[in-house]
Design a binder for this molecule. Structure first.
Ligand SMILES: [Zn+2]
Length: 129
């Protein structure tokens, strides 16, 4: 999800980069939610959506899951409370894109709804004063 232009300045400060690096080190460069290693290649298992890393010598897609999609794990720093600029270490998490998107889904839904509402003309109610 792209960062909105009015929030981008939060992600350009030296404090942000320092906090981000501290969180990455704390997590051991693995998603703190699902445990997938940043840069790993694999697929999500059908049950529990766990990440199965391909290590070589394996066939893809696996015979048990012929519809599996190959994915590259890309971890990033995320605000647990969804407030850009709240860079307290306990509020930051190192999550893969999948976990980050699942976490942010309600925020994205609200943002989409607000944007859609702003674009709508006001409803005229007949008989209302
Ligand atoms: Zn994850």
């Amino acid at each position: 999800m792209p960062i909105r232009p009015e929030l981008r300045h939060f992600y350009r400060t030296p404090e942000w980069f320092a906090a981000r690096e501290a969180v990455r080190k704390r997590a051991g460069d693995r998603c703190e939610n699902c445990g997938a290693k940043d840069g790993a290649v694999g697929y999500r298992g059908k049950q529990m959506r766990c990440f199965i890393q391909l290590t070589g010598g394996q066939t893809f897609p696996p015979p048990m899951q012929p519809d599996a999609q190959l994915i590259l794990i890309q971890c990033g720093c995320c605000h647990r409370n969804g407030v850009a600029g709240d860079d307290r270490l306990e509020n930051l998490a190192w999550w893969c894109r999948g976990c980050h998107l699942r976490h942010d889904k309600p925020f994205h839904r609200d943002t989409r709804a607000a944007r859609k509402d702003r674009a709508r003309p006001l409803l005229a109610v007949e008989g209302a004063a």
